[in-house]
Design a protein around this ligand. Structure first.
Ligand code: 1HN
Length: 352
């Protein structure tokens, strides 16, 4: 063609060569062309490395007890097996924003007092007679209890009972580390003083009254333990009156009694009853969600895969991945995600 003949320097090959030389030049000035990477950065839909996965409690509990043979709670500081998302090996996370693990504390052991900026929750799986002490309250752990440890709250665990105690730990640590805002410290005393007995903060703040002079604003819940024994009958009431969401079942949201907001600014949780035979409608949202079965048996279709779950199994739904629950028996599912953080930043979306 005439143009090509008069401007041989403008062949595709030469343009690419000129561009690469230009990119090499600007790299020395710590600059790079946005146009080469833009499509991977501003995606039309969420892009994630997170994969759906399920951890069977039968395997997790056996392997946890084996960890008890190889390391003490004191040596480990926290004897936790990290639930690593198979799409992000080596990153110590179950979603891009959340850490999850299973912790074991054997009879007679303590996990010493410390505090950190990362907020934690515990969802109690198995055992009895152990406690977690948080901000001066000694919370005895029972199956299905939901216990919060807010940003910078001192906490230690102990097992004066007779059975191994296991629970699910979820922390916002990857989020804290994303912002590079991690601080942590240890105390000289292994155990904190607990002036508040078991159930103290629930009775004070979550019984329809508030201590006179309670703060009008608080960005985390003052309740330490939301006991399963108190939550389960509420699900039963919802079920009986037919308040059953077609996607989520009869579901309660763990709330901060001061303002009705989420329990923590970075993490929010639900407890849901799926009646026997429940066939959930498909749903997706931008918050990758960790589920733990507290009761029953069923399956969840996540994308194209079906995961069968039973008591204490943990599974993960990646961000914006469609899922639908089926309950073979009446079941209770606990779930937790970073939804409050996404909502606070105006990022959260859902669809069917
Ligand atoms: C932590 O402090 C606990 O206090 C559990 O029980 C799991 C995972 C990462 C970082 C700190 C605990 C943790 C953790």
């Amino acid at each position: 063609m005439a143009v090509a003949a008069t401007q041989p320097a403008n062949t595709k090959h030469n343009i690419e060569g000129a561009r690469q030389a230009y990119y090499d030049k600007i790299a020395k000035y710590h600059m790079t062309p946005l146009w080469e990477v833009l499509k991977g950065l501003v995606t039309p839909e969420p892009k994630t490395q997170c994969k759906p996965a399920l951890w069977k409690f039968k395997d997790a509990s056996r392997l946890m007890l084996e960890a008890g043979d190889v390391i003490t709670a004191e040596e480990a500081e926290r004897r936790v097996l990290v639930l690593e998302n198979p799409g992000m090996p080596g990153k110590s996370r179950i979603t891009n924003s959340l850490f999850a693990g299973i912790q074991l504390i054997l009879p007679g052991e303590i996990a010493e007092a410390h505090r950190h900026v990362s907020s934690a929750i515990r969802f109690v799986l198995d055992g009895e007679g152990a406690y977690t002490a948080v901000e001066g309250e000694k919370a005895m752990m029972q199956h299905g209890d939901f216990i919060i440890t807010a940003n910078w709250a001192p906490h230690d665990h102990g097992n004066p009972g007779k059975t191994p105690m296991m629970w699910l730990d979820v922390l916002d640590m990857p989020t804290v580390n994303h912002f590079e805002t991690s601080f942590a410290e240890h105390f000289d005393e292994k155990m904190q003083n607990t002036a508040h007995e078991d159930g103290d903060s629930f009775d004070r703040y979550a019984s329809g009254v508030l201590p006179d002079g309670a703060p009008a604003h608080l960005n985390r819940s003052p309740v330490i333990n939301y006991p399963y024994a108190k939550m389960r009958p509420i699900l039963e009431r919802l079920k009986k009156s037919g308040d059953i969401d077609k996607r989520h079942g009869a579901r309660v949201r763990y709330a901060n009694p001061i303002n009705g907001g989420p329990v923590l600014p970075t993490m929010g949780a639900f407890l849901s009853l799926l009646p026997a035979g429940f066939k959930g409608a498909p749903y997706r949202s931008t918050d990758g969600t960790i589920f733990c079965c507290a009761e029953g048996q069923g399956s969840s279709k996540i994308g194209d895969e079906t995961f069968e779950w039973g008591v204490n199994d943990v599974f993960i739904v990646p961000p914006w991945q469609r899922y639908a629950h089926n309950a073979a028996k009446e079941s209770v599912l606990f779930s937790i995600s970073d939804r409050p953080a996404q909502e606070a930043l105006g990022l959260w979306r859902e669809s069917n």
